[in-house]
Write a protein that binds this ligand. Sequence first.
Ligand SMILES: *Cc1c(COP(=O)(O)O)cnc(C)c1O
Length: 378
Amino acid sequence: MSIPFIRPKPAYLPDHYEELADIRDAGVYSNYGPVNTRFEQGLIEQLFGGVGGCVTVCNATIGLMLAIREAVGEVVTGERRYALMPAFTFAATAHAALWAGLTPLLCDVDKETWLPCAAAEETLLRHYAGRIAVLVPYATFGNNLDLDRYERLSRTYGVPVVVDAAASLGSQDEQGRGFGTGCRHAVVYSMHVTKTFATAEGGVIYCADQERLVRLRAMGNFGFGVPRTATMLGLNAKLSEIGALLALAKLGEFEQLVERRAALAAFYRQRLPTFEFQRETGRRRAYQFMPVLISEAQASRRATLIAALAARGIGAGHYFSPHLHEQPYFREHCVAGELAVTDRLSRCALSLPIFDDMTLDELGIVCDAVWEQLETGA
Ligand SMILES: *Cc1c(COP(=O)(O)O)cnc(C)c1O
Protein backbone atom coordinates (compact mmCIF):
# COMPACT_ATOMS: atom_id res chain seq x y z
CA MET A 1 0.00 0.00 0.00
CA SER A 2 1.17 3.49 -0.71
CA ILE A 3 -0.59 6.62 0.49
CA PRO A 4 1.84 9.46 -0.15
CA PHE A 5 1.67 12.71 1.80
CA ILE A 6 1.07 14.62 -1.43
CA ARG A 7 0.37 13.10 -4.83
CA PRO A 8 0.76 15.98 -7.29
CA LYS A 9 -1.51 15.94 -10.28
CA PRO A 10 -0.59 18.78 -12.61
CA ALA A 11 -2.04 18.70 -16.13
CA TYR A 12 -0.52 15.98 -18.32
CA LEU A 13 0.88 17.84 -21.31
CA PRO A 14 0.22 15.12 -23.94
CA ASP A 15 -3.49 15.68 -23.19
CA HIS A 16 -2.95 19.26 -24.40
CA TYR A 17 -1.29 18.50 -27.67
CA GLU A 18 -3.25 21.09 -29.64
CA GLU A 19 -2.51 23.94 -27.25
CA LEU A 20 1.17 22.95 -27.31
CA ALA A 21 1.10 23.06 -31.11
CA ASP A 22 -0.55 26.49 -30.91
CA ILE A 23 2.34 27.75 -28.78
CA ARG A 24 4.80 26.41 -31.35
CA ASP A 25 2.85 27.94 -34.24
CA ALA A 26 2.59 31.33 -32.52
CA GLY A 27 6.31 31.16 -31.78
CA VAL A 28 5.75 32.94 -28.45
CA TYR A 29 7.16 31.11 -25.44
CA SER A 30 7.12 33.75 -22.73
CA ASN A 31 6.82 37.53 -22.14
CA TYR A 32 3.17 37.54 -21.07
CA GLY A 33 2.08 35.73 -24.25
CA PRO A 34 -1.43 34.78 -25.37
CA VAL A 35 -1.78 31.67 -23.17
CA ASN A 36 -0.66 33.68 -20.15
CA THR A 37 -3.20 36.40 -20.97
CA ARG A 38 -6.00 33.83 -21.26
CA PHE A 39 -5.01 32.36 -17.93
CA GLU A 40 -4.87 35.72 -16.14
CA GLN A 41 -8.29 36.70 -17.48
CA GLY A 42 -9.78 33.28 -16.76
CA LEU A 43 -8.49 33.30 -13.19
CA ILE A 44 -9.96 36.74 -12.47
CA GLU A 45 -13.34 35.70 -13.89
CA GLN A 46 -13.50 32.32 -12.23
CA LEU A 47 -11.98 32.95 -8.80
CA PHE A 48 -12.39 36.69 -8.23
CA GLY A 49 -15.79 37.37 -9.82
CA GLY A 50 -14.19 39.60 -12.46
CA VAL A 51 -12.97 42.07 -9.79
CA GLY A 52 -9.38 43.35 -9.95
CA GLY A 53 -6.52 41.92 -11.96
CA CYS A 54 -3.44 39.75 -11.67
CA VAL A 55 0.01 39.15 -13.06
CA THR A 56 1.63 35.74 -13.19
CA VAL A 57 5.10 35.08 -11.81
CA CYS A 58 7.54 32.17 -12.16
CA ASN A 59 7.03 31.27 -8.49
CA ALA A 60 5.52 32.84 -5.37
CA THR A 61 8.87 33.52 -3.69
CA ILE A 62 9.87 35.80 -6.58
CA GLY A 63 6.32 37.18 -6.46
CA LEU A 64 6.76 38.09 -2.77
CA MET A 65 10.16 39.68 -3.49
CA LEU A 66 8.64 41.83 -6.23
CA ALA A 67 5.57 42.78 -4.24
CA ILE A 68 7.54 43.67 -1.09
CA ARG A 69 9.97 45.80 -3.11
CA GLU A 70 7.10 47.51 -4.94
CA ALA A 71 5.35 48.20 -1.63
CA VAL A 72 8.30 49.66 0.25
CA GLY A 73 9.78 51.57 -2.70
CA GLU A 74 13.26 51.71 -4.12
CA VAL A 75 15.05 53.00 -1.10
CA VAL A 76 14.43 51.70 2.37
CA THR A 77 14.14 55.06 4.06
CA GLY A 78 15.41 55.96 7.49
CA GLU A 79 14.60 53.55 10.22
CA ARG A 80 11.92 51.64 8.36
CA ARG A 81 13.61 48.34 8.01
CA TYR A 82 11.41 45.65 9.48
CA ALA A 83 8.93 43.37 7.71
CA LEU A 84 6.33 42.22 10.24
CA MET A 85 5.34 38.60 9.60
CA PRO A 86 4.33 35.52 11.58
CA ALA A 87 7.03 33.07 12.69
CA PHE A 88 4.64 30.27 11.70
CA THR A 89 5.22 30.39 7.95
CA PHE A 90 7.43 28.98 5.23
CA ALA A 91 11.04 30.09 4.73
CA ALA A 92 10.10 31.91 1.50
CA THR A 93 8.26 34.71 3.33
CA ALA A 94 11.33 35.63 5.38
CA HIS A 95 13.73 35.22 2.46
CA ALA A 96 11.66 37.58 0.31
CA ALA A 97 11.90 40.30 2.99
CA LEU A 98 15.64 39.72 3.43
CA TRP A 99 16.20 40.06 -0.34
CA ALA A 100 14.49 43.46 -0.10
CA GLY A 101 17.04 44.47 2.55
CA LEU A 102 14.50 44.20 5.37
CA THR A 103 14.74 42.38 8.68
CA PRO A 104 11.85 40.00 9.35
CA LEU A 105 10.15 40.88 12.65
CA LEU A 106 8.44 37.69 13.74
CA CYS A 107 5.16 37.70 15.62
CA ASP A 108 3.11 34.95 17.22
CA VAL A 109 -0.07 33.43 15.81
CA ASP A 110 -3.58 32.96 17.17
CA LYS A 111 -3.97 29.68 19.05
CA GLU A 112 -7.19 28.73 17.23
CA THR A 113 -6.95 30.07 13.68
CA TRP A 114 -3.12 29.92 13.50
CA LEU A 115 -3.29 33.23 11.64
CA PRO A 116 -1.03 36.10 12.75
CA CYS A 117 -2.19 37.12 16.24
CA ALA A 118 -3.86 40.56 16.10
CA ALA A 119 -2.74 41.55 19.60
CA ALA A 120 0.85 40.46 18.91
CA GLU A 121 0.93 42.42 15.66
CA GLU A 122 -0.37 45.56 17.32
CA THR A 123 2.06 45.26 20.23
CA LEU A 124 4.95 45.08 17.76
CA LEU A 125 3.52 47.86 15.58
CA ARG A 126 3.45 50.14 18.61
CA HIS A 127 6.80 49.04 19.99
CA TYR A 128 8.55 49.40 16.61
CA ALA A 129 6.56 52.48 15.60
CA GLY A 130 8.09 54.14 12.52
CA ARG A 131 10.52 51.29 11.96
CA ILE A 132 8.24 48.80 10.20
CA ALA A 133 8.40 49.08 6.39
CA VAL A 134 5.77 46.50 5.47
CA LEU A 135 3.26 44.05 6.97
CA VAL A 136 3.48 40.56 5.45
CA PRO A 137 0.68 38.49 6.99
CA TYR A 138 0.41 34.86 5.90
CA ALA A 139 -3.01 33.30 5.28
CA THR A 140 -2.04 30.16 7.18
CA PHE A 141 -2.62 26.94 5.20
CA GLY A 142 -5.27 28.69 3.08
CA ASN A 143 -7.24 30.03 6.07
CA ASN A 144 -8.88 33.43 5.50
CA LEU A 145 -7.25 36.55 6.89
CA ASP A 146 -9.40 39.56 7.76
CA LEU A 147 -8.16 41.82 4.97
CA ASP A 148 -10.33 44.75 6.12
CA ARG A 149 -8.38 44.74 9.37
CA TYR A 150 -5.08 44.93 7.47
CA GLU A 151 -6.47 47.82 5.46
CA ARG A 152 -7.23 49.61 8.75
CA LEU A 153 -3.75 48.81 10.16
CA SER A 154 -2.19 50.06 6.92
CA ARG A 155 -4.01 53.38 7.18
CA THR A 156 -3.51 53.78 10.94
CA TYR A 157 0.22 53.09 10.91
CA GLY A 158 0.96 54.27 7.36
CA VAL A 159 2.52 50.92 6.48
CA PRO A 160 1.92 49.02 3.21
CA VAL A 161 0.77 45.39 3.18
CA VAL A 162 1.78 42.38 1.10
CA VAL A 163 -0.25 39.22 1.72
CA ASP A 164 1.43 35.83 1.55
CA ALA A 165 -1.49 33.77 0.28
CA ALA A 166 0.71 30.98 -1.07
CA ALA A 167 -1.79 28.20 -0.30
CA SER A 168 -5.00 30.20 -0.79
CA LEU A 169 -6.07 29.77 -4.43
CA GLY A 170 -9.49 28.14 -4.01
CA SER A 171 -10.17 29.61 -0.55
CA GLN A 172 -13.27 31.80 -0.22
CA ASP A 173 -14.03 34.62 2.23
CA GLU A 174 -17.23 35.02 4.31
CA GLN A 175 -19.10 36.34 1.27
CA GLY A 176 -18.02 33.39 -0.86
CA ARG A 177 -15.61 35.45 -2.96
CA GLY A 178 -12.14 34.18 -3.75
CA PHE A 179 -9.81 35.09 -0.86
CA GLY A 180 -8.19 38.44 -1.69
CA THR A 181 -10.99 39.79 -3.90
CA GLY A 182 -10.95 43.59 -3.96
CA CYS A 183 -7.68 43.94 -2.01
CA ARG A 184 -5.70 47.00 -3.11
CA HIS A 185 -2.50 45.49 -1.72
CA ALA A 186 -0.59 42.73 -3.49
CA VAL A 187 -1.83 39.23 -2.63
CA VAL A 188 0.64 36.54 -3.66
CA TYR A 189 -0.43 32.95 -4.45
CA SER A 190 1.70 29.95 -5.35
CA MET A 191 1.03 27.43 -8.11
CA HIS A 192 3.87 25.15 -7.02
CA VAL A 193 3.11 21.51 -7.73
CA THR A 194 2.66 20.77 -4.01
CA LYS A 195 -0.06 23.41 -3.62
CA THR A 196 -3.77 22.85 -4.32
CA PHE A 197 -3.42 24.79 -7.59
CA ALA A 198 -0.70 22.43 -8.81
CA THR A 199 1.30 23.27 -11.93
CA ALA A 200 5.08 22.80 -11.74
CA GLU A 201 6.51 26.16 -10.68
CA GLY A 202 4.43 29.31 -10.84
CA GLY A 203 2.58 31.99 -8.94
CA VAL A 204 0.13 34.84 -9.27
CA ILE A 205 0.00 38.32 -7.77
CA TYR A 206 -3.57 39.55 -7.42
CA CYS A 207 -4.35 43.22 -6.88
CA ALA A 208 -7.44 45.41 -7.27
CA ASP A 209 -5.25 48.50 -7.82
CA GLN A 210 -4.57 48.59 -11.56
CA GLU A 211 -1.68 51.03 -11.26
CA ARG A 212 0.11 48.81 -8.80
CA LEU A 213 -0.46 45.87 -11.13
CA VAL A 214 1.06 47.75 -14.09
CA ARG A 215 4.15 48.51 -11.95
CA LEU A 216 4.44 44.90 -10.77
CA ARG A 217 4.21 43.62 -14.34
CA ALA A 218 6.91 46.03 -15.51
CA MET A 219 9.14 45.20 -12.52
CA GLY A 220 8.71 41.52 -13.34
CA ASN A 221 9.93 42.24 -16.87
CA PHE A 222 13.32 43.87 -16.13
CA GLY A 223 11.73 47.13 -14.96
CA PHE A 224 10.76 47.93 -18.55
CA GLY A 225 8.19 50.71 -18.05
CA VAL A 226 8.85 51.63 -21.68
CA PRO A 227 9.62 48.92 -24.28
CA ARG A 228 13.15 47.58 -23.72
CA THR A 229 13.91 50.49 -21.40
CA ALA A 230 14.27 50.18 -17.65
CA THR A 231 12.40 52.91 -15.83
CA MET A 232 12.35 51.16 -12.43
CA LEU A 233 14.01 48.35 -10.50
CA GLY A 234 13.29 45.02 -12.15
CA LEU A 235 14.07 41.37 -12.49
CA ASN A 236 12.77 38.50 -14.60
CA ALA A 237 9.71 37.07 -12.85
CA LYS A 238 7.81 35.90 -15.93
CA LEU A 239 5.91 32.65 -16.25
CA SER A 240 6.60 30.76 -19.50
CA GLU A 241 3.78 29.95 -21.93
CA ILE A 242 4.15 26.26 -21.04
CA GLY A 243 3.78 27.22 -17.38
CA ALA A 244 0.71 29.27 -18.27
CA LEU A 245 -0.72 26.29 -20.18
CA LEU A 246 -0.32 24.08 -17.09
CA ALA A 247 -2.11 26.79 -15.11
CA LEU A 248 -4.93 27.20 -17.62
CA ALA A 249 -5.52 23.44 -17.65
CA LYS A 250 -5.63 23.37 -13.83
CA LEU A 251 -8.15 26.20 -13.80
CA GLY A 252 -10.58 24.07 -15.81
CA GLU A 253 -10.77 21.32 -13.18
CA PHE A 254 -10.09 23.50 -10.14
CA GLU A 255 -13.52 24.09 -8.61
CA GLN A 256 -14.30 20.39 -8.38
CA LEU A 257 -10.92 19.57 -6.95
CA VAL A 258 -11.08 22.23 -4.19
CA GLU A 259 -14.53 20.94 -3.17
CA ARG A 260 -13.27 17.36 -3.08
CA ARG A 261 -10.31 18.32 -0.90
CA ALA A 262 -12.56 20.29 1.47
CA ALA A 263 -14.78 17.20 1.80
CA LEU A 264 -11.73 15.07 2.66
CA ALA A 265 -10.74 17.61 5.32
CA ALA A 266 -14.23 17.41 6.82
CA PHE A 267 -13.90 13.62 7.02
CA TYR A 268 -10.57 13.94 8.84
CA ARG A 269 -12.28 16.13 11.44
CA GLN A 270 -14.99 13.48 11.91
CA ARG A 271 -12.61 10.56 12.03
CA LEU A 272 -10.14 12.11 14.50
CA PRO A 273 -12.52 13.73 16.98
CA THR A 274 -10.05 14.00 19.85
CA PHE A 275 -7.45 15.88 17.78
CA GLU A 276 -7.06 19.61 17.81
CA PHE A 277 -7.68 21.27 14.43
CA GLN A 278 -7.18 24.74 13.05
CA ARG A 279 -10.38 26.81 13.38
CA GLU A 280 -11.54 27.66 9.87
CA THR A 281 -12.32 31.22 8.90
CA GLY A 282 -14.19 32.23 5.76
CA ARG A 283 -16.61 30.13 3.76
CA ARG A 284 -14.28 27.68 2.10
CA ARG A 285 -10.73 26.65 2.54
CA ALA A 286 -8.31 25.21 -0.04
CA TYR A 287 -6.54 22.23 1.56
CA GLN A 288 -2.97 21.55 0.49
CA PHE A 289 -2.78 18.81 3.17
CA MET A 290 -4.49 18.20 6.52
CA PRO A 291 -2.79 19.98 9.42
CA VAL A 292 -3.63 18.64 12.90
CA LEU A 293 -2.14 18.96 16.38
CA ILE A 294 -1.15 16.05 18.54
CA SER A 295 -1.06 16.62 22.30
CA GLU A 296 1.97 17.93 24.19
CA ALA A 297 2.24 14.48 25.79
CA GLN A 298 2.42 12.82 22.36
CA ALA A 299 4.73 15.45 20.83
CA SER A 300 7.94 13.71 21.86
CA ARG A 301 6.77 10.65 19.88
CA ARG A 302 6.07 12.55 16.66
CA ALA A 303 9.19 11.37 14.83
CA THR A 304 8.46 7.78 15.84
CA LEU A 305 4.87 8.14 14.70
CA ILE A 306 5.89 9.53 11.30
CA ALA A 307 8.45 6.74 10.87
CA ALA A 308 5.86 4.11 11.81
CA LEU A 309 3.41 5.56 9.28
CA ALA A 310 6.17 5.55 6.64
CA ALA A 311 6.81 1.87 7.40
CA ARG A 312 3.16 1.23 6.51
CA GLY A 313 3.49 3.22 3.29
CA ILE A 314 1.76 6.34 4.62
CA GLY A 315 3.36 9.74 4.12
CA ALA A 316 3.08 12.48 6.75
CA GLY A 317 4.84 15.76 7.51
CA HIS A 318 5.12 18.47 10.15
CA TYR A 319 4.50 21.93 8.72
CA PHE A 320 5.81 24.39 9.93
CA SER A 321 8.16 22.66 12.27
CA PRO A 322 10.78 24.02 12.66
CA HIS A 323 9.14 27.46 12.55
CA LEU A 324 11.17 30.42 11.26
CA HIS A 325 12.87 31.32 14.50
CA GLU A 326 13.96 27.71 15.02
CA GLN A 327 15.98 27.76 11.75
CA PRO A 328 19.62 28.80 12.14
CA TYR A 329 19.75 31.38 9.35
CA PHE A 330 16.58 33.14 10.45
CA ARG A 331 17.50 32.97 14.12
CA GLU A 332 20.58 34.97 13.19
CA HIS A 333 18.91 37.42 10.80
CA CYS A 334 15.42 37.97 12.21
CA VAL A 335 14.04 39.65 15.32
CA ALA A 336 11.24 37.91 17.20
CA GLY A 337 8.56 38.92 19.67
CA GLU A 338 6.88 36.50 22.07
CA LEU A 339 6.28 33.15 20.24
CA ALA A 340 4.56 30.89 22.80
CA VAL A 341 1.76 29.69 20.48
CA THR A 342 4.09 29.25 17.52
CA ASP A 343 6.43 27.17 19.69
CA ARG A 344 3.57 24.90 20.70
CA LEU A 345 2.30 24.52 17.10
CA SER A 346 5.83 23.64 16.03
CA ARG A 347 6.08 20.93 18.74
CA CYS A 348 2.66 19.42 18.06
CA ALA A 349 2.11 19.88 14.30
CA LEU A 350 1.34 16.81 12.25
CA SER A 351 0.41 17.07 8.57
CA LEU A 352 -1.63 14.26 7.05
CA PRO A 353 -2.19 13.40 3.37
CA ILE A 354 -4.73 15.04 1.11
CA PHE A 355 -4.54 14.69 -2.66
CA ASP A 356 -6.96 15.15 -5.54
CA ASP A 357 -7.95 11.52 -6.04
CA MET A 358 -7.60 10.31 -2.45
CA THR A 359 -10.40 7.91 -1.55
CA LEU A 360 -12.34 7.73 1.71
CA ASP A 361 -10.90 4.25 2.20
CA GLU A 362 -7.40 5.68 2.02
CA LEU A 363 -8.36 8.41 4.45
CA GLY A 364 -9.76 5.80 6.83
CA ILE A 365 -6.53 3.80 6.64
CA VAL A 366 -4.50 6.90 7.51
CA CYS A 367 -6.75 7.73 10.49
CA ASP A 368 -6.71 4.16 11.82
CA ALA A 369 -2.93 4.01 11.53
CA VAL A 370 -2.43 7.35 13.30
CA TRP A 371 -4.87 6.36 16.01
CA GLU A 372 -3.28 2.96 16.58
CA GLN A 373 0.23 4.35 16.70
CA LEU A 374 -0.68 7.03 19.22
CA GLU A 375 -2.70 4.66 21.39
CA THR A 376 -0.33 1.72 21.37
CA GLY A 377 2.99 3.18 20.21
CA ALA A 378 5.88 3.37 22.60
C1 LIG B 1 4.80 27.49 -0.87
C2 LIG B 1 4.96 28.74 -0.09
C3 LIG B 1 5.67 29.85 -0.59
C4 LIG B 1 6.51 29.79 -1.83
O1 LIG B 1 5.87 29.43 -2.99
P1 LIG B 1 6.75 29.03 -4.26
O2 LIG B 1 5.80 29.19 -5.40
O3 LIG B 1 7.18 27.61 -4.06
O4 LIG B 1 7.92 29.95 -4.36
C5 LIG B 1 5.68 31.02 0.14
N1 LIG B 1 5.06 31.12 1.32
C6 LIG B 1 4.39 30.08 1.86
C7 LIG B 1 3.71 30.25 3.17
C8 LIG B 1 4.32 28.86 1.18
O5 LIG B 1 3.67 27.83 1.74
